[in-house]
Design a protein around this ligand. Structure first.
Ligand SMILES: C[S@@+](CC[C@H](N)C(=O)[O-])C[C@H]1O[C@@H](n2cnc3c(N)ncnc32)[C@H](O)[C@@H]1O
Length: 703
């Protein structure tokens, strides 16, 4: 029997690892790089779950390849391979791997009516199961997402879990996934009495996290909310999927306690932070920092005063003094009131010019008026060389006293308003108003709940997360990247979208979000769902959670938008996960009987619109689903031009040579037509020739 591809790959890895082992020298590092370790590192990077620890013949424990796991990754069928090893295991894990890897025949259908600013927005909302959504987004957003935040069901014993039920083979999975299933009909309540309580939850999350990891940018991060119930298993699972080395922090969020507990009042949960690659963050010199509480308030006041007094720094300083004295006791900005001086770089206070700890250099610094050397501080100068000192003087960061008998003053800025003409070198002091975050923080849970109730006028969602808290961590862990793409595939009430709106409103950023939410049915007969269900009924919305998500986005977008003069994107494009636009025959041409061929002259389902087809093409081609789309009439046919000339698509019937020529003359990067749309066989054959002649660069395809 010929070995399969998986076997060949495994054999090759085995041989290469063996060869490396043989040539690996013993002690001194008089050798070229350790290729075995490098290969294991590479495999770990691609498939961290395939690297485990194992005891070698010499008794030492070292990293090794888990061939069973690797075989599993390379195979499209479940394989057995029981062997003792260190890892998190549970019944259903292999199935979860298969589920993550299996293709689906589904698509995203756009829904203009439910969207806000459909034509211009860059934000996406996807309604449906997030496993499907993550699969559909794989090609287009591979390595593009800067931050993923998820708040999955905590597995409290009453959470609804989605049963992904993997079929026996990839082919049957592909087809079964193409069957339309009623939204929510695969949800079940995961009770603690269920013998697979933890396993089902892990299975559900494992496949999703595996897919989510692919979407993260090399310098991207993942944040997961979780509580005591599953934190231990989740950390082990994340270590397997992301690699132990990519663990960044476990934040504890204290939300307030009740006094009715029997033993301890547990009022906190956690946010786990993982990097896609901590190495990349290190190589890029990334340092996460945030503005200290109070410092941003002072900065805002300074900017306000500056807009009135321009470069009249004395008047700005007087205004700042007034601001400080008007602050109520306990206001964090009051603690920083020593920052009362101002120059073109921002608010500053005088600071010591001596070398920290003493023993600094002692060179002559001439006073600009007396031309005498200034008094050297006891600890020596703060700057290592005279050259450096001169540069700081030149840049206006040093203030001389009235004469040379006292050392000059070093300016310490609260938050420098960086002027691109002013060099900021590594030696420059960090802004004092900037801090590195700790791993514990407090924010009452009540704030988010009351804000939601205010937005909706009723309590439509239990325990929403706090959008201000999410905004803080999004900004922090993306190093203030104003163009970051942010994904939340357990979006619930849409808090992450609200947080993105808030951040963009605050700093004029262009962050974008992609949210996913299952349309979980709501019932007026269930106590916890009653108010949400009533809200939907009163507002003529279908009774399910994703209607609450969309409404939250509409309301929070409008509310944040109206409270800032900055223009920013408060829209979102709605998509619904649906069965493919293509007839089943498209996926199983071999099984089509001769007699039924005529039924399939058009391989597209009859209820699908040109816009539906367009978005499936975008997905297939990996074109951003938020791309601007223009619809034009060319030779009486509707043609979509995506992102200018990135793609031209026409799904009308009866295409003529003349029409194709007109499209080709516009030289789109890609062009797509419907297979059954040509007016004749000759027209179909001519398409390629016409493009070859008028626009040979265009990649032409048909549906
Ligand atoms: C804990 S809530 C998230 C709450 C959210 N962070 C907020 O602040 O409102 C988890 C959400 O994930 C949704 N969900 C669960 N399984 C899902 C799935 N397979 N696909 C999409 N959404 C799912 C649930 O319906 C629920 O609304």
């Amino acid at each position: 029997m010929l070995p399969g591809l998986a076997e060949i790959c495994l054999e090759r890895v085995r041989v290469e690892l063996f060869m490396d082992e043989v040539i690996k020298p013993a002690k001194l590092k008089m050798h070229s790089p350790d290729l075995t370790a490098e290969k294991i590192r590479q495999i770990a990077e691609l498939l961290p779950n395939c690297v485990t620890e194992s005891r070698g013949e010499d008794g030492a424990v070292r990293q090794a390849i888990d061939f069973d796991q690797l075989r599993q990754e390379l195979s499209d069928h479940i394989v057995e391979g029981p062997a003792e090893r260190y890892r998190l295991d549970w019944p259903g894990k292999r199935e979860a791997t298969l589920t993550a890897n299996a293709p689906i025949a589904k698509t995203l259908r756009p829904c203009r009516e439910e969207s806000v600013d459909f034509d211009t927005t860059k934000n996406l909302f996807i309604e449906g199961d997030n496993l499907d959504a993550l699969k559909l987004l794989q090609e287009t957003y591979l390595g593009k997402v800067k931050l993923i935040y998820i708040d999955p069901p905590y597995n409290t014993g009453s959470d609804l879990i989605y049963d992904d039920s993997f079929a026996s083979s990839i082919q049957s999975y592909l087809l079964s996934s193409n069957q339309k299933d009623e939204s929510g009909n695969r949800l079940f309540t995961n009770t603690e009495s269920n013998g697979r309580f933890h396993s089902d939850w892990l299975t559900m999350l494992f496949s999703r996290l595996r897919l989510a990891r692919n979407l993260l940018a090399e310098d991207g991060v993942l944040l997961i909310s979780i509580d005591d119930g599953e934190i231990d298993r989740l950390r082990l699972m994340c270590a397997e999927i992301f690699g132990e080395d990519n663990f960044v922090a476990q934040l504890t969020w204290e939300k307030g306690r009740k006094n009715d507990a029997k033993l301890f009042s547990i009022g906190h949960d956690y946010i786990l932070v993982y990097a896609r690659s901590k190495n990349t963050l290190k190589e890029n010199g990334v340092r996460w920092r945030e503005v200290k509480p109070g410092a941003d308030e002072i900065q805002r006041e300074y900017l306000k005063l500056k807009s009135t007094f321009a470069d009249d720094f004395k008047s700005i300083e007087a205004g700042l003094q007034k601001f400080y004295s008007g602050l109520p006791k306990g206001n964090p900005a009051k603690k920083l009131s020593r920052y009362g001086r101002v120059d073109k770089r921002g608010v500053w206070r005088d600071d010591n010019m001596s070398w920290p700890g003493g023993g600094g250099p002692r060179y002559d610094v001439l006073h600009p008026e007396t031309h005498q050397p200034c008094q050297v501080p006891d600890g020596g100068w703060r700057y290592s060389t005279l050259r450096k000192m001169e540069q700081m003087i030149e840049e206006g960061r040093v203030e001389f006293r009235s004469d040379h008998t006292e050392p000059p003053i070093r300016k310490t800025y609260l938050l420098r308003e960086l002027d691109p003409d002013i060099s900021v070198d590594d030696d420059a002091d960090e802004d004092v108003g900037i801090q590195v975050a700790g791993t514990y923080f407090y924010r009452s849970a009540l704030q988010a709940s009351s804000l939601m109730s205010e937005l909706f006028g009723t309590r439509v969602f239990d325990n929403p997360k706090d959008h201000e808290v999410l905004a803080r961590w999004i900004d922090y862990t993306t190093s203030g990247d104003k163009d970051a793409l942010i994904l939340d595939f357990f979006s619930g009430s849409g808090t992450t979208g609200h947080a993105v709106f808030s951040l963009n409103a605050r700093d004029g950023g262009n962050r974008r979000f992609m949210l996913v939410q299952l349309p979980v049915p709501l019932s007026e007969d269930v106590k916890s769902e009653k108010e949400a269900a009533q809200f939907c009924r009163v507002h003529g919305l279908p009774l399910n959670i994703s209607e609450i998500t969309k409404e939250r986005l509409r309301r929070s977008g409008a509310s944040v938008g109206s409270s800032t003069p900055n223009f920013f994107d408060t829209g979102f494009r709605v998509f619904k996960i649906e069965t493919s636009n293509m007839q089943d025959v498209y996926y199983t041409p071999d099984e089509t009987q001769q007699g039924s061929l005529l039924d399939h002259v058009d391989n597209i389902k009859p209820d699908r619109t040109p816009e539906d087809l367009l978005f499936q093409v975008l997905l297939d081609w990996g074109v951003d689903l938020a791309s601007p789309i223009a619809s034009e009439t060319v030779d009486r046919k509707q043609v979509f031009f995506v992102d200018g000339n990135a793609l031209a698509a026409c799904f009308d019937f009866g295409l003529t040579d003349e029409f194709v020529k007109q499209i080709a003359e516009r030289k789109p990067l890609r062009a797509v037509f419907r297979d059954a749309s040509y007016s004749s066989d000759a027209a179909k054959i001519n398409v390629e020739q016409i493009f070859k002649f008028y626009s040979p660069e265009t990649d032409v395809k048909c549906l």
